[in-house]
Ligand binder design. Structure first.
Ligand code: NDP
Ligand code: GDP
Length: 294
């Protein structure tokens, strides 16, 4: 029975990936950080079938101890400070977790067992102020937030451990992916949640920032399958995963409000509090390599 370690098991992707791996008869070890209250909402339905262990990407020893005890054959590094606005207010923490955390896990693999296959959750935010349209694996990076900068580090350190130590370290450059389990602060869930509240008479407006930025949005449940497929290839590599379509936040609002016969213009208020110091205006993927190879 293959054993997989998922960091970020309590997050959106961690929960979908755990479901997928269980359906493939994996033994699933999920790493969660200690907090004063348990936040297992997304994995409550899986607790009988997965083994949740405590560890933190800040803490090198905890990572090594988990590898030694559970001997995973695959490690999916999904843990991160993943919310772009928080990366300006907590820039150093974002670098510690989202960037250096990757090195801590790779070091643990290097020291314990170099045959472990490693997946790094890289991001389309690395393309930032895009230098090519659409974006593919060799499009140069121009990150626009401390989060994007940290992800560029995580991407390159994964490639470096691949080239330096022959570790199977793959980087999945995933475009935005959403689901009912997406954190409420991200724009898709913020909008759909508000639409429901407004329709039910529980709220009267929705405050948003930039309505003109465009994203290539996919479904998280599909994208975790791409993660798994990447680790089943003969060689570690980099893959862009996206839909190849892009829509504006405004179009998302039109659709979401329209779905319950409301006009977004009657409810959406643009609020400078939600503008970002530097914006990523346009993301659109060219996922042809993944389509052909995976
Ligand atoms: P979430 O924010 O939902 O989940 C992040 C996870 O990381 C949570 O389980 C969180 O734990 C955990 N975590 C945070 N800090 C630490 C730490 N110091 N030690 C251990 N665990 C920690 O993200 P998603 O599931 O949406 O995304 C998964 C990964 O993919 C992330 O790395 C994200 O940056 C990346 N990504 C996501 C995209 C998307 O559109 N969703 C696009 C491209 C990349 P806790 O619950 O305790 O906070
Ligand atoms: P990101 O692409 O990882 O930053 O995902 P988000 O869902 O946080 O943001 C997607 C886009 O929506 C960005 O261009 C934001 O500037 C834009 N946006 C507009 N208003 C809001 C808002 O109120 N909250 C968030 N999170 N994003 C917003």
């Amino acid at each position: 029975m293959p054993t997989a370690l998922i960091t970020g098991i309590t997050g959106q992707d961690g929960s979908y990936l755990a479901e997928l791996l269980l359906s493939k008869d994996y033994q699933v070890i999920g790493m969660a950080r200690r907090s004063s209250t348990v936040n297992y909402e997304r994995i409550n339905h899986l607790l009988d079938d997965i083994n949740v262990v405590q560890g933190d990407l800040h803490d090198q020893g905890s990572l090594l101890a988990i590898l030694e005890e559970h001997k995973p054959t695959e490690v999916y590094n999904l843990a991160a400070q993943s919310f772009v606005p928080a990366s300006w207010s907590q820039a150093v923490l974002t670098a510690e977790v989202t960037a250096l955390g990757v090195t801590r896990m790779l070091e643990a693999i290097r020291l314990f067992d170099r045959s472990i296959k490693f997946y790094q959750a890289s991001s389309s935010e690395m393309f930032g102020k895009v230098l090519e349209v659409p974006q593919k694996e060799d499009t140069p990076f121009y990150p626009r937030s401390p989060y994007g900068v940290a992800k560029v580090y995580g991407h390159w350190i994964s490639i470096n451990y691949r080239e330096s130590y022959d570790i199977f370290a793959t980087s999945g450059i995933l475009f935005n992916h959403e689901s009912p389990r997406r954190g409420l602060e991200f724009v898709t869930r913020k909008i759909t949640d508000a639409v429901a509240r407004i329709k039910l008479g529980l709220a009267s407006e929705l405050r948003l920032g930039n309505l003109d930025s465009r994203r290539d949005w996919g479904f998280a449940g599909d994208y975790v399958e791409a993660m798994w497929l990447m680790l089943q290839q003969e060689k570690a590599d980099n893959y862009v995963i996206g839909t190849g379509e892009t829509y504006s936040v405004r179009e998302f609002c039109e659709n979401a409000f329209g779905f319950v016969d409301l006009d977004y213009k009657d409810y959406v208020v643009q609020d400078p509090r939600f503008y970002r110091p530097a914006e990523v205006d346009l993301l659109i993927s060219d996922p042809s390599k993944a389509r052909e190879e995976l």
